[in-house]
Design a protein around this ligand. Sequence first.
Ligand code: GDP
Length: 443
Amino acid sequence: MFDSLSDRLGNVFDKLRGRGALSEADVRSAMREVRVALLEADVALPVARDFVDKATEKAVGQEVLRSVTPGQMVVKIVNDALIEMLGSDTAELNVAVNPPAVIMMVGLQGSGKTTTTAKLAKRLTEKERKKVLMASLDVARPAAQEQLAVLGRQANVETLPIVTGQQPVDIAKRALQSARLQGFDVVLLDTAGRLHVDDALMGEMKAVAAASSPTETLLVVDSLTGQDAVNVAKGFAGEVDLTGVVLTRMDGDARGGAALSMRAVTGKPIKFAGVGEGLDAIEPFHPQRVAGRILGMGDVVSLVERAAETIQVEDAEKLAAKMAKGKFDLDDLRMQLGQMQKMGGLGALASMMPGMKGMKGAMEKAQDTKALVHLEAMLSSMTAKERARPDLINAKRKIRIAKGSGRTVQEVNKLLKMHQEMETVMKKLKKMGGLGKLASLFG
Ligand code: GDP
């Protein structure tokens, strides 16, 4: 998903990375490239234009924060603009009404509507413990009702028994009645698809909506059709009261144009993304996470925010340079302890780095202020040589350090163990290549 856009944006940011200061011309030329990248990802032209205008305006007027590079500032601005374009919140399904809540599924033939109906039904059953009933209102396509019944058996979700010859509005009414009588929480109505948006189809949607008062009307569109998907959504949104969009086949969509322009063009949030044929292959759509994935920077953006607020550039630069060589001695630990306070702890830092969550606990242990004072005392009792070469600290030296700082040998051992753990983390960071990114935050 979004692979090529991700690559293109990465290239744009790489060019900015080495700069000490950014001129307006730099920003404008970078933004021109961002615009080309968006258009190549098949984002609607007006949306791309609007995106670039807004981001440029922000970037040009922006004062660069002391401890980040101008390049990172631009990453952050593009990140925020992406989130704005995708819609800032995750849109939840509204099923918390007097039961049964009705979810009407609409869309063109082949969009993945029936599959999506079953996926959502399964999700509501398993994740939200709802009692769900599905009903197919598709009387146009002969096997449609049977298809939903088959999916229902696979998903362990009940389907409304088929009554041959019954028309959509009557099926919807029967589904609601059964749901009330049998205590279902949610009814999913899988309406008929068509090849195109046409009057007959819209008439039928409206009649079903009038008969069933849905709390959710979800449009299912195929993300692979790109801007056609957006146009279909526009067509439907003009006729029925859509509450959201489900984009299917996101698993095969490398460009992402439909996902990126859907919200801006239709005003409707993407609520779910279909990511495969299996009945579990559906995910809630998280704009922030998607933006993060597109920029391919993990949580570096939030790291920039934090660093911008607190970290001392010079110390950080020194540390970053040392760490880049894979070195982390007790002097570095001492410096780190001082900064931990300001950064909200190295644990917090670790939790922001992809793959580093495991280290969080060990680091948080050192966060308590009293413990920090003790650690500082022990570090001060060491000689400079010992701090640079912790491997020199033998049993005899440990006793001396413990005496000198008023601590116990066990505590000295704990400190040395903590240093070892952190050293391992630094090595890991270096191996991940995350260090380059970390170091570049400070450069
Ligand atoms: P409908 O005509 O709109 O009801 O479409 P169907 O639900 O019958 O789906 C058509 C085909 O698309 C089926 O083979 C589905 O398995 C497939 N499909 C649906 N959603 C997805 C998805 O998110 N990813 C992939 N790869 N295939 C999907």
